[in-house]
Design a protein around this ligand. Structure first.
Ligand code: GLN
Length: 266
């Protein structure tokens, strides 16, 4: 072989490895990412695309890494869609719009660290619960607020339409509660001193505190809740399918593995 040919061959091999290495650094083996890539959908034209309505600003359940949707709910939903012979499409929206989107058929189900409660049960059906959520309180480290009792008369930030919003309004009065579209915006308001505390689910609370210096999560459980998947009331076939898939994914350890990937035991 001529030297130039050998050189070309060596270059080609090096380039191949380069490409492979690049692929390796992209978390392509992560099932969550399949959710974002319709190009990965099976060739089977009958494969159903399950649309999941969510609010991807709620780490570690659903959030964005660059353009990719990632998180516990995204991965569980991807696994459910696969079990049901389809693929997942994530539709990102305000948390407050998810139940309407489910009922108008814009999405097949809603999954957003969504707590089962009586008001919502009037509007949608919920799957069996796949996780526990705890409402927590974030304050500034130097706030002097040490417990839930200290919140009386304080300004509280919440995410609009969440259970944190409902409890805070019930317990402390609407005039003390400011609603934000995203949990992250409530946290920005807390940092800026516009509110004295933020009531939000524990895992996002921990994620927000980790990203923002000077904040802390009170060591009190304000409420303990069940997260489940919301399905339109007349869509009982899908509800049954989701419950069966959840049961199988619980039994084979998939759900625990996904949760453990995002929530490290303390
Ligand atoms: N668990 C809370 C609720 O269902 C918050 C969910 C969320 O903000 N994504 O209201």
């Amino acid at each position: 072989m001529k030297f130039t040919k050998i050189l070309a061959l060596v270059l080609a091999v090096v380039m191949c490895f380069g490409i492979l290495a690049a692929c390796g650094t992209k978390p392509a083996e992560d099932p969550a990412n399949d959710a974002n890539e319709t190009a990965d959908a099976p060739a089977n034209d009958d494969a159903k695309v399950f649309k999941m309505g969510t609010n991807a600003a709620f780490p570690p359940y659903e959030y964005k890494e660059g353009e990719e949707f990632v998180g516990i709910d995204i991965e569980i939903a991807t696994a459910i869609a696969e079990k049901l012979g389809g693929t997942l499409e994530v539709v990102d929206m305000e948390f407050d719009s998810i139940i309407t989107a489910v009922n108008q058929g814009e999405v097949d189900f809603g999954m957003a660290g969504m707590t089962v409660n009586e008001e919502r049960l009037l509007e949608v059906n919920f799957s069996s619960s796949y996780a526990t959520g705890v409402q927590s309180v974030i304050v500034a480290e130097d706030s002097g607020i040490a417990s839930i009792d200290d919140l009386a008369g304080k300004k509280i930030g919440v995410q609009l339409g969440t259970t944190g919003d409902i409890y805070a309004t019930d317990d402390y009065g609407a005039e003390f509660v400011t609603q934000y579209g995203k949990g992250a915006d409530a946290v920005i308001a807390l940092k800026g001193g516009d509110v004295d505390a933020v009531i939000i689910d524990n895992e996002p609370a921990k994620a927000f505190v980790a990203e923002n210096e000077g904040l802390t999560v009170l060591d009190t459980e304000y409420a303990v809740e069940d997260y489940a998947i919301a399905v339109k009331k007349d869509n009982t076939d899908l509800l049954d399918d989701i419950n069966e898939a959840l049961e199988a994914l619980t039994a084979d350890g998939t759900i625990d593995t996904i949760i453990a990937k995002y929530i490290k035991a303390e």
